[in-house]
Design a protein around this ligand. Structure first.
Ligand SMILES: Nc1ncnc2c1ncn2[C@@H]1O[C@H](COP(=O)(O)OP(=O)(O)OP(=O)(O)O)[C@@H](O)[C@H]1O
Length: 322
């Protein structure tokens, strides 16, 4: 178990993290989300032991993590950290990079392990290619294999799929998290991509301006976002006043675009402004009660068409109580 106990951190005089506390059970996968600059990378670097903290403490199981001034080699031995600027040796091959820290005593074992890692990141055909000849996304996959090589107990990933094309990203993500689960490797992934979060993170930690806003089961967090900041980290979201929907209360609720339906009998009218093609559907931007509303629709709508919108009672009740 990882325990982060009331840590605060500043770069020089600039406070970045404030009174951050949480625990993570062994084998759990945690997503770390928050607006750019809120302190996600800083938190990962502190956990890994690259930055010294003046306040608070960190523990892995019962062992206190002492930070950079006590480690001869930067970083905790049982952890691996994949930074946004992955460090690879560009003049060496993919296989050499992946196997860099593996023991040479049993060459066959090492070769088998490198092969297994190449398969996880789908780079089998590049084993003998020099890293300098790889694309940015391919380098990121090699860096991922390299941090997995020695089976860390805790894996810290900073935007691990950032450079990887969508086609490759889904299978890579599946392979990676399957591997982590099978090997009971705990992980924390800082990300801006909701597809990294929704399917793979057991729990999600939300950071806002250096403070933890919440740590919850990912599905619960998505279904019942406490505020606009949290909901907007998952994509477009609407703030809707219940009184406009004909309710007595004037409470504002959060509604995702896919929760709003076009229904001809509804009295709620919106004027279409733009349609954005999203592949499986269109995201429609419309004007409703003098403000902008976003909803999903299966076909394009043309401005200034007026449409009737509805939100189910089930969604309204759920959000009233979230
Ligand atoms: N080495 C540094 N020296 C001074 N300030 C820094 C340093 N690194 C980061 N910061 C600042 O600390 C704050 C938090 O940065 P951090 O990289 O942790 O944010 P983040 O949430 O990971 O952002 P992003 O999502 O854009 O990667 C930012 O305001 C950033 O400008």
């Amino acid at each position: 178990m990882l325990t982060v106990d009331n840590i605060s951190f500043a770069y020089d005089t600039k406070p970045v993290l404030k009174n951050v506390s949480f625990t993570i059970e062994k084998g759990q996968h945690i997503a770390l989300i928050g607006a750019s600059g809120c302190g996600k990378s800083t938190l990962l670097k502190i956990i890994y032991g690259l930055l010294h903290i003046e306040e608070g403490a960190l523990f892995w199981e019962d062992r206190k993590l002492l930070g950079p001034s006590h480690n001869l080699v930067p970083g905790e031995e049982n952890m691996k950290y994949l930074s946004q600027g992955f460090e690879l040796q560009s003049y060496r091959t993919v296989a050499e990079n992946i196997g860099q820290y593996l023991s040479n005593f049993e060459p066959e074992l090492k070769q088998g392990r490198v092969q297994e890692l190449l398969e996880i990141v789908e780079m089998m055909n590049f084993a003998d290619t020099k890293v300098e000849h790889l694309s940015g996304g391919q380098k990121q996959r090699v860096a991922l294999a390299k941090v997995l090589a020695k089976k860390p107990e805790l894996l810290l990933l900073d935007e691990p799929f950032h450079n990887i094309d969508n086609f490759r990203r889904s299978s890579l993500r599946r392979n990676l998290f399957k591997y982590l689960k099978r090997n009971k490797i705990t992980s924390i992934t800082a990300t801006h991509d909701k597809t990294d979060i929704l399917s793979f993170a057991d729990e999600t930690i939300v950071i806002k301006q250096g403070e933890i806003v919440t740590k919850q089961k990912t599905e619960v967090l998505y279904q019942n976002p406490q505020d606009y900041y949290i909901a907007s980290l998952f994509g477009e979201v609407n703030h809707i006043n219940l009184s406009i929907l004909g309710h007595e209360s004037d409470q504002e609720i959060l509604v995702y675009p896919h929760e709003i339906k076009v229904e001809s009998t509804s009295p709620i009218k919106a004027r279409v402004k733009n349609s954005y093609f999203n592949g499986s559907h269109y995201l429609i931007e419309a004007v409703f009660n003098n403000s902008i509303i976003f909803f999903d629709h299966d076909s394009q709508l043309t401005a200034p068409e007026v449409v009737s919108l509805s939100i189910s009672d089930e969604i309204i009740q759920k959000r009233i109580h979230s």
